[in-house]
Design a protein around this ligand. Structure first.
Ligand SMILES: [Zn+2]
Ligand SMILES: [Zn+2]
Length: 340
């Protein structure tokens, strides 16, 4: 596939998509019904359908019996950890293997011309982004993901929160499933915005941002505090009346879905003629410029409302630079006042 038909490559070899990142069409005013209808399949397929499929697979084949989950022990949590780690190893690992190790499509559709493996750096354990990100994912973030999972299953199993049945509440639960990706965006935006505050950034979030040029292993490369807060999105289903399958779906949007922002390619060529949109650009820009796009790619356009949206165009750049300039002036004025 020719990526020049979809975007442009600069002198450094970095590729950027044409057009701009659009917020979800249901925010348009006056409403554009046709655009919303066209967008719906894309909302469901393939990513959210994949997260629901894995949630169901877990529910029917992995999660132990309710009576087992009533008591905390080591057995079933370790089993869940093994499955989570195995699934991420296969899922993230195959993207990493095909597109970063074997480089199946070279750097077609790749935002950053360089591959992380070519750029050793002191900020990483063993100077390697890949090893550092891999170890942090498997020994920090996935255990915390599992902890969140074990806690909500334990609470549901003991009947400490409402466990709504599908038979009695089909419409309400279907609605919860439909809005789960939105709950994810809102939760992620606010915890993410919080850990970008200076002291918390230095203590917690800088770990994730060491990967300026992310690859799939960067997705869950987090400080423990972030690793817990990020997956804790599933706890919302203990607060609102829900069902453990929906909570599992919510957790998988976070755990499995983290890869979306970090694939590094705009499209993966599944076959020569079948590109898979990654939706990675908004979060790629976040890794590049730090103080833009704290949320996802505009499902709930909180960045737009808070003035931190970068839509991937020149205009987005101009607005960002103007904001940085204003911030600098504010800081300078503050220091001047402090010194006078
Ligand atoms: Zn990231
Ligand atoms: Zn960040």
């Amino acid at each position: 596939m020719d990526d020049q038909n979809f975007g442009t490559r600069n002198k450094r070899g970095d590729w950027a998509p044409n057009g701009h990142i659009e917020v979800a069409p249901f925010w348009a005013w006056p409403p554009k019904l046709m655009t919303v209808l066209k967008w719906l399949p894309e909302y469901v397929w393939p990513w959210n359908a994949f997260h629901m499929a894995t949630a169901l697979l877990y529910w029917f084949y992995v999660v132990p019996d309710v009576t087992v989950m009533k008591t905390l022990s080591w057995g079933w949590p370790l089993w869940l950890y093994a499955v989570n780690a195995g699934a991420i190893f296969v899922f993230y690992g195959s993207v990493e293997l095909l597109f970063y190790v074997k480089r199946k499509q070279g750097n077609r559709f790749k935002y950053n011309a360089k591959f992380p493996g070519e750029q050793p750096s002191d900020v990483f354990w063993f100077k390697s982004q890949n090893i550092d990100n891999f170890l942090r994912s498997f020994f920090i973030s996935i255990p915390l993901w599992t902890l969140v999972e074990v806690l909500f299953l334990w609470v549901f199993a003991n009947g400490w929160v409402p466990w709504l049945s599908w038979a009695d509440n089909p419409y309400y639960l279907a609605f919860l499933v439909a809005v789960a990706p939105m709950i994810h965006e809102v939760h992620f935006f606010f915890i993410h915005r919080l850990i970008h505050w200076g002291p918390l950034y230095r203590w917690i979030h800088s770990v994730h941002h060491n990967s300026v040029n992310p690859s799939p292993w960067s997705s869950l490369s987090m400080h423990p505090v972030e690793g817990f807060l990020y997956h804790a999105v599933a706890f919302w289903h203990l607060v609102i009346p829900s069902n453990p399958i929906v909570a599992m779906f919510q957790l998988h949007i976070a755990g499995f879905g983290a890869v979306n922002g970090h694939i590094g390619f705009d499209k993966l060529e599944i076959t020569e003629e079948t590109p898979l949109d990654t939706h990675a650009y908004a979060h790629y820009l976040h890794h590049k410029y730090f103080e833009v796009n704290y949320g996802g790619d505009g499902l709930i356009p909180l960045d737009k409302w808070f003035g931190t949206w970068h839509d991937g165009t020149k205009d987005g750049d101009v607005q960002m630079q103007a904001r940085f300039q204003k911030k600098k002036e504010r800081m300078n004025a503050k220091t001047a006042r402090a010194n006078s």
